[in-house]
Design a protein around this ligand. Structure first.
Ligand code: HPA
Length: 248
């Protein structure tokens, strides 16, 4: 396994990662969000890529998802853990919990959704029945156990366009659709990873109740506090993941 971690909001750096080098990669689809960081977490070599750029300057709809996934593929990556901050819709998805979703609904628009749209590439319809890699999800869940951190198993990630948060009515609709979590970056990232045959799973940190799911409006101050606490747990799960793998 050659692992990459894509860090979301709050995870522009991976503490504990011993940096070996930064590699600027350019792809036929443009530049990834940042140079790739090759490093070591415990005994495991991995590549880290901050999805929103090193200074957190790229909003979700401006992330070049194709360049990010293509750059990882070019560097020999086979497995991707996508860390992402999300809002909680389902009652069990309370702020500060971590979840490993198993389904996605895509509400985004205007993003480049495929690698297969050029003259030299045949139209290709990848299967996305199960959008996340089950073996990788299971390994993440095992890492949670070994770190003593509860990971909520399963759930449907609804991906909205952003950067604005949703209205309460939009969240009610998403709930009727079957969404448990709401985020802005899960797609087309997952589909692109599948197109390039990368094993891809999401480690979601719940940083707020989605719109209308708590009293009042969504507070940024609250999000920041939950994000800091949740991100610390993400780091511990990833460290345990690295330990499990190097013991394999
Ligand atoms: N909605 C969409 N994306 C998010 C949210 C939310 O409430 N919280 C964190 N990312």
């Amino acid at each position: 396994m050659r692992l990459a971690v894509i860090g979301g909001s709050g995870l522009t750096r991976l503490d504990g990662l011993e940096r070996i080098r930064r590699v600027a990669v350019s792809t036929p689809y443009g530049e990834p969000s940042a140079p790739l960081v090759e490093g070591r977490l415990g005994d495991l070599n991995l590549i880290f890529l901050p999805r929103h750029g090193e200074g957190h300057s790229l909003p979700p709809h401006r992330v070049n998802y194709r360049a990010n996934i293509a750059a990882l593929k070019e560097k020999g990556v086979t497995h991707v853990i996508a860390a992402a901050a999300v809002g909680g819709i389902a009652a069990r998805m309370a702020p500060r919990s971590l979840a490993v979703p198993d389904q996605i609904i895509d509400y985004t628009y205007g993003r480049d959704p495929t690698f297969f749209e050029f003259d030299d590439s045949p139209v290709t319809h990848v299967d996305l029945t199960f959008p996340y890699s089950e073996p990788l999800r299971q390994k993440l869940l095992a890492a949670g156990k070994s770190a003593g951190i509860e990971l909520l198993e399963g759930g449907c990630y609804g991906c909205t366009q952003g950067p604005r948060l949703e209205t309460a009515a939009e969240i009610r609709r998403m709930e009727r659709d079957g969404c448990d979590l709401v985020g802005m970056t899960g797609m087309p990232e997952a589909a692109l990873a599948r197109e390039l045959e990368l094993d891809y799973a999401c480690l979601a940190v719940v940083v707020n109740w989605a719109a209308g799911k708590s009293e009042g409006i969504v507070s940024m101050t609250e999000i920041k506090a939950h994000l800091a606490a949740g991100t610390d747990k993400v780091r511990r799960v990833l460290t345990a993941f690295a330990e499990l793998l190097s013991g394999d």
